[in-house]
Design a protein around this ligand. Structure first.
Ligand code: ATP
Ligand code: MG
Length: 650
């Protein structure tokens, strides 16, 4: 692994925080050092300051049974209380969500509105006989009822399992069965790109396989025809009708489960990650404040993720609401009705903080600079990104075209399992480098190690590990403690292994290199897919690229590249040569792709991440592996056909 360093993508651009930003920032220089001096004291302080407890914790970290760590385990609290009730005295009329429906309808929910709605729905759930610890599957689109449902579950101590509304009925059924959910909450349909996604009809198919489900609650959104089964199916509006707007929040132990959430399935079978109450809230409230510099009274904050992913759980629902944020929530597709929909929303609501994913940024680049240019984006003061390594050119595009060269960018590394952001710049503290997530947040311990688990030092490349527990860490994989230990704690005993490769540069900055399964071995050199892809994306004609190592008799593995071009550019033999030379110049001849296939799209998970393992299957002429989490099935067949006729060079 350490040889990855042989070919580093050079990055000399440095963006220090402005003095003005630092002067007003929530996290000030010195905060890393303060936390490092005593990380438990640091987290204890955050827990007491940011969370309202029914019973304050005196214990911080319980490490008596590693890797099953506990945090604040004698504390008691309720997350719905923390997100709603405690804000009412000062902020009942403050907007919690500006919601924008895809067809153009809008709703504004104040903290009082949200509180009333959550209590009514919680009373509805109670009337169905649900009890603390019961699992509730949620299969919805981005409508205001989704956070309502989650908070109502949290209020009663029910464990929600939100399944992204883009998943198929099979994927939903698998997750309902795995979590043994008693209730499913869905919608008649969800708007997406001008079409109705028939969520209730999909759910009906799933329910044929899930006899354990007693009730299905249906939110009316699109008014499409649905079948309601007597005794099992209930309309949301009927359930809440006449219900009281007062519902006592249940006092829960800090270590009671809050939710189960399945990982995106980029690498294989999804894992049902379990998060608990007290540590989770402490961590998401802290990171939301520090990383996004959230000022509850001034900011309009927009996390563009779907609540079906952990980013939405932590940074649309729990973190922001705990911090009394005014947020924007958008229901639909970013290119509907036109490619400037997001920029229109930023202009309309004067959004100040915007958080999205590299896959979205690369789509914006592909669509063209003219769309953001049509809008006044001057309200923005901070930008964020999450989900994959961001190619430096995509970072710079975001900085220039969306951030007006004025907004700090926080590239946040974390995963479903970590619950909250782990490695990221602090916008008033850290000088950023395009493509680097910079350094671990205060209180977080991270290192880069070799096969033996020894630190590789600075600079150096290898496996990313987290060296100490943190409050929002996953507690287990639902129903499978052994898989939890095996997946994350077995490779390097005593250290958490997230599965990602990483290098550190001379300044100690962390550069995420993608999943270790994706690292290529070419003529004895480890080469990261991320670096070759970033080299390709740094060519002005390229919008997006994916590379994989395919078996090669001569070199062990050869680099096969799949490239999507910007705007109206068409690919030909001359461009293939140009791109191969471009990579050779940026990274060295060893990293030159052996074959390049131009494709209008790349196979992606439903959360938009490139699924390299499928491209590898294609390149090595194998049957495709698990495709249930794939978003765009047609594209795989197209690419397979193009790859079969592509020309290899040396
Ligand atoms: P699965 O674990 O089922 O294969 P997944 O890993 O895609 O799915 P998530 O938990 O949604 O599921 O994604 C976390 C992963 O995304 C990280 O482990 C990392 O590979 C990648 N990632 C997230 N943010 C960043 C970032 N800022 N830079 C680099 N990689 C990132
Ligand atoms: Mg993962």
């Amino acid at each position: 692994m350490s040889e990855t360093l042989a070919n580093l993508l050079r990055e000399d651009r440095l963006f220090p925080p402005s003095e003005a930003f630092t002067a007003q920032a929530n996290a000030q220089p010195g905060i890393h050092e303060e936390a490092e001096a005593d990380f438990k004291a640091f987290w204890h302080k955050q827990a007491l300051e940011r969370v309202t407890w029914f019973k304050e914790p005196t214990q911080v970290l319980d490490d008596s049974n590693p890797p099953f760590y506990k945090w604040f385990s004698d504390g008691e609290l309720n997350l719905s209380y923390n997100c709603l009730d405690r804000h009412l005295a000062s902020s009942a009329d403050k907007v919690a969500y500006y919601w924008v429906g895809e067809p153009g309808d809008t709703r504004t929910l104040t903290y009082q509105d949200l509180y009333d709605e959550v209590c009514r729905f919680a009373n509805g759930l109670k009337s169905l006989g649900l009890e603390k610890g019961d699992r509730v599957a949620v299969y919805m689109g981005m409508v205001p009822e989704l956070p309502v449902v989650m908070l109502a579950c949290a209020r009663l101590g029910l464990v929600h399992s939100v399944v992204f509304g883009g998943f198929s009925s099979d994927a939903l059924a698998d997750r309902i069965i795995d979590a043994d959910a008693k209730v499913v909450i869905t919608q008649d349909g969800a708007w997406r790109g001008g079409n109705v996604v028939p969520l209730k009809a999909n759910t009906d198919v799933s329910l044929a396989r899930t006899p354990g489900v007693e009730h299905c609650i249906v939110v009316k959104r699109t008014d499409n025809d649905v079948t309601m089964e007597d005794g099992r199916d209930i309309w949301y509006h009927d359930l809440v009708a006449g219900k009281d707007t007062v519902c006592e929040p249940v006092s829960l132990n800090a270590e009671d489960p809050l939710y189960i959430l399945y990982t995106s399935g980029t690498t294989g079978k999804p894992k049902g990650i379990v998060h608990t109450q007290g540590g989770y809230l402490t961590s998401v409230a802290t990171t939301h404040s520090f990383v996004f510099d959230l000022k509850a009274d001034d900011d309009v904050y927009w996390c563009g993720a779907d609540i079906g992913w952990v980013t939405g759980h932590s940074y649309i629902v729990y973190g922001p609401l705990a911090n009394r944020t005014t947020g924007v929530m958008y229901e639909g597709a970013p290119n509907y009705p036109d490619f400037d929909r997001l920029w229109q929303i930023i202009e309309d609501y004067k959004v100040t903080i915007f958080y999205t994913a590299p896959t979205a940024i690369r789509a914006f680049m592909k669509w063209g600079d003219e769309y953001p240019a049509r809008h006044d984006l001057s309200s923005l003061r901070l930008l964020g990104t999450v989900g994959e390594p961001i190619n430096p050119e995509a970072w710079v595009w975001y900085h220039v075209n969306i951030g007006g060269e004025r907004c700090p960018i926080v590239d946040t590394w974390w995963q479903t399992e970590t619950g909250g952001i782990m490695i990221s710049p602090l916008p008033g503290v850290t000088a950023t480098k395009p493509g680097s997530a910079t350094r671990p947040l205060p209180g977080i311990g991270a290192d880069v190690v070799d096969d033996q688990g020894e630190s590789v030092g600075i600079p150096g490349g290898g496996y990313l590990v987290l060296t100490r527990p943190w409050p929002s860490m996953a507690r287990t994989i639902w129903g499978d403690d052994a898989r939890y230990v095996e997946t994350y704690w077995a490779k390097f005993p005593g250290k958490y292994f997230p599965g990602d490769g990483c290098k550190r540069d001379d300044d100690g900055y962390f550069w995420l290199l993608g999943r270790v399964d994706d690292i290529m071995l070419v003529s004895g050199h480890n080469i990261s897919t991320t670096e070759v892809e970033s080299a390709l994306v740094s060519h002005p004609k390229v919008a997006e690229a994916a590379v994989v190592g395919r078996k090669d008799e001569l070199t062990g593995q050869a680099i096969a590249a799949f490239v999507t071009l910007r705007g109206n550019v068409t690919g030909d033999e001359a461009l293939i040569k140009e791109l191969r030379d471009h990579v050779a110049t940026s990274l060295g001849p060893i990293a030159k792709p052996k074959s390049i296939v131009f494709t209008p799209d790349l196979p992606k998970t439903r959360s938009g991440k490139i699924m390299r393992r499928l491209l590898k299957d294609i390149s090595e002429h194998r049957q495709l592996g698990d495709v249930t989490t794939l978003a765009n099935e047609g594209v795989v067949a197209d690419i397979a056909e193009m790859a079969a006729t592509s020309i290899s060079e040396d």
